[in-house]
Design a protein around this ligand. Structure first.
Ligand SMILES: Nc1nc2c(ncn2[C@@H]2O[C@H](COP(=O)(O)OP(=O)(O)O)[C@@H](O)[C@H]2O)c(=O)[nH]1
Ligand SMILES: [Mg+2]
Length: 688
């Protein structure tokens, strides 16, 4: 099903999707631009700094100078088609690419050459292993590598990867004339050929310099030994000390990379076309066809669309972004999913913020599809008759930042909920709730960065300006003592009077027992039909106790009262019950309860005790510091922390761990809060 796109001939092979992943700022978006340029898809290479890249075209990404959502791009290279999925590296935005990563044929982990920052790549390397997505490592900004950096970097990275790393190139260095050295090219260890980088052009082949021959031999042997673990013929050749067949080595590289058995490591520079052409060749020869991704996504037969994102922001309105797997897709095809079946609207190819309408898409293409309103990220929709297994749900990172928001202009309230609905639809890492008790609209996201961008988007895209503040904490109160109190409501102004009279005793219950109401009225002091009204009045008073919060863990006994044959009513007894309870609570030594969360922090080795100090300073009680159960060299800190200590915690933990620490927090129990912190909470509540 070959057809022509943008005037360039397209081969019949399926499109391969390559995800660019890795820490923020390592050059993924720049590398995507360089790949487009080197393949001829664009004729000028833009830069992130100048805001001229094809990717990062959104207002938010341009304003930050870094990716805030995934970028979709595509190019043809020597007749093969590639789709690029540029996944943001920032902790607050990486979730946008989580679903897309699942169905990529291959991921390129882009890192920078400083060994001391190797740890930043660990989360993504672990994630790729979990997803089973074949991947390679591209060490970008190679011109910044100090002598020995590559060796040290590989040593740091290897323990983070399930598969062996296979260094494929070593750098060539030359004196820079100022007493230093710079990297001028590389030796390809598989081909045993040296190349010199040429800015803006394909590298030029040169003689292997004498001084690197020894290192080249050693690294090549290491590479071949790694491949020999999966190839007996190669192993035999190595054991017999025979020169292995070059074609066999190349075939092994492709099979082992594509089969996720080894992780090749290559070098380069996105800004000056160092190694970018070589990378294109690697993708061409070693990125596997979409069959493996289709199998991973449960597509057995027929055509299917793996939806990985919903986008509401563009000129086209709501689009489902996804990958076509299996037999391909045409406009108007019926797609069947959990939520029923729908005919697709137009299909588009996406290049940054540009879309090009298509009538059909073939296996492997990454497309935007109009009119599939039921599509949600993570769904695999089958074309009618296709056999598709239900896809597993994606686990998004915890939402560790929360803000209460109010519109600056009350008139925008309706617009606000419509806008939040859309924003959450396209960003599953975002959620919002309307808290009934506090009347607050609370926005929850991955971290502060994430929420800042969302609030910018709310204003820019939907014209809704909001004020933000920390969400209020669900404090409660209880009592320390017992008390007894009469409540009498009596009115005799004209016509019918009102009369209700009750006596209650209240006493503390154990934590978590809630509320109990007992009726001990004897001799009909209060007629049966008014007793529920007394209880209702008591509950009214408990909604906001003397300290300003809902009351918990109190037992109330109705002991006595009186009534009037004409003037008594349910309402009068309800008022009497409330009066009695308000006064009884005030006499019963009320105290404050605050929500306590169980917090689990995961952080790189050596930073656990610092994380513990951060928690202690926020009134946390440390339960333990232990090795991470799955990640060697990481640590886990568990603590009980007041909910009020969660605000800003994410940023503080990340700042002591190169941005890597993450945590989960779940409500655990209510605990008494006394002293000055309690006084402050009560004062603030009274003022509110
Ligand atoms: N020196 C150097 N800087 C680079 C290179 N590639 C990217 N950068 C710069 O690194 C910064 C982050 O690049 P960007 O592509 O936004 O990184 P991303 O967050 O991984 O997408 C920008 O200032 C780029 O200009 C490179 O090869 N060498
Ligand atoms: Mg980027």
């Amino acid at each position: 099903m070959a057809h022509t796109q943008n005037g360039s001939a397209r081969g019949s092979a399926a499109t391969r999707a390559v995800a660019l992943v890795g820490p923020a700022g390592t050059g993924k978006t720049s590398l995507a631009e360089a790949l487009l340029y080197a393949s001829g898809a664009i004729n000028r290479q833009g830069s992130v700094e100048a805001g001229s890249t094809v990717g990062d075209a959104s207002a938010e990404a341009r304003a930050r100078g870094g990716s805030t959502e995934l970028n979709l791009l595509h190019f043809d290279y020597l007749g093969d088609r590639f789709a690029l999925i540029d996944v943001p590296g920032g902790a607050g935005f990486a979730a946008d690419g989580l679903a897309a990563l699942q169905s990529a044929d291959m991921a390129l982990v882009v890192i920078d050459p400083a060994p001391e920052r190797a740890g930043l790549a660990e989360p993504v390397l672990r994630q790729l292993d979990e997803l089973g997505v074949p991947h390679a490592i591209f060490i970008n900004k190679i011109e910044q590598a100090r002598a020995g950096a590559i060796r040290d970097l590989i040593a740091e990275l290897q323990p983070m990867s399930r598969e062996p790393l296979a260094l494929r190139q070593i750098p060539l260095r030359a004196k820079d004339g100022q007493g230093g050295e710079r990297i001028t090219g590389y030796v390809d260890l598989a081909l045993e050929r040296a190349y010199r980088y040429r800015p803006g052009k394909e590298s030029e082949r040169v003689e292997i310099p004498g001084e690197v021959i020894e290192r080249e031999r050693a690294e090549r042997t290491h590479l071949l030994e790694t491949l020999a673990d999966f190839d007996d013929a190669l192993l035999e050749a190595l054991l017999l000390d025979e020169a292995p067949d070059q074609a066999m080595i190349m075939a092994d590289l492709a099979a082992d990379t594509g089969g996720n058995k080894v992780v090749p490591v290559v070098l380069g520079s996105a800004l000056s076309d160092g190694g970018v052409h070589r990378l294109l060749k690697l993708l061409r020869h070693e990125a596997p066809a979409p069959g493996a991704a289709a199998a991973r996504m449960g597509v057995v037969s027929g055509g299917a669309l793996h939806v990985f994102k919903v986008a509401n922001g563009g000129a086209m309105g709501r689009l489902a972004l996804g990958r076509v797997l299996g037999d391909g897709l045409a406009e108007g095809d019926e797609l069947v999913g959990r939520a029923g079946s729908e005919r697709t609207g137009s299909l588009f190819f996406v290049q940054g913020d540009k879309t090009t309408k298509q009538s059909t898409a073939q296996c492997g293409d990454v497309v935007a599809v109009a009119k599939v309103d039921s599509a949600r990220p993570g769904m695999v929709l089958g074309r009618k008759g296709a056999s598709v297994a239900e896809a597993g749900l994606i686990a998004y990172p915890p939402r560790n930042a929360a803000l209460a928001i109010t519109t600056r202009d009350r008139k925008d309230d309706v617009k606000l909920s419509a806008a939040l609905h859309r924003l959450c639809e396209e960003d599953p890492a975002l959620a919002w709730t309307q808290d009934d008790a506090s009347h607050e609209t609370v926005l929850r996201g991955i971290n502060d960065d994430h929420l800042t961008v969302v609030i910018g988007r709310l204003q820019r895209r939907y014209g809704v300006a909001v004020e933000t503040r920390p969400p209020s904490i669900a404090y409660r109160e209880s009592i320390r003592k017992s008390a007894s109190q009469r409540g009498r409501h009596k009115k005799q102004s004209g016509g019918h009077g009102q009369y209700g009279d009750c006596v209650i005793e209240i006493r503390p219950l154990a934590r978590g027992e809630g509320f109990r109401f007992d009726d001990r009225i004897t001799g009909g002091a209060i007629p049966k039909q008014y007793i529920p009204a007394v209880e209702a009045g008591v509950r009214d008073a408990m909604a906001r106790g003397p300290l300003g919060f809902a009351v918990e863990d109190v037992a109330v006994t109705l002991t006595d009262g009186s009534f009037h044959a004409v003037d008594s009513s349910e309402l009068a007894f309800r008022i009497a019950g409330r009066m009695a309870m308000v006064e009884a609570l005030a006499m019963a030594a009320p105290y404050l309860l605050e929500p306590i969360c169980k917090v689990t922090v995961e952080t790189p080795g050596g930073t656990g005790s610092k994380a513990g100090s951060v928690l202690s300073a926020r009134r946390g009680q440390i339960l333990g510091l232990s090795p991470h159960p799955h990640w060697a060299r990481w640590e886990r800190v568990e603590a009980l922390l007041p909910e009020s200590g969660l605000h800003g915690l994410d940023a503080e933990l990340r700042s002591l761990s190169q941005g890597l620490a993450n945590f989960t927090a779940v409500f655990d129990h209510l605990a008494e809060l006394g002293g000055k912190p309690a006084d402050e909470v009560v004062k603030a509540r009274a003022a509110a």
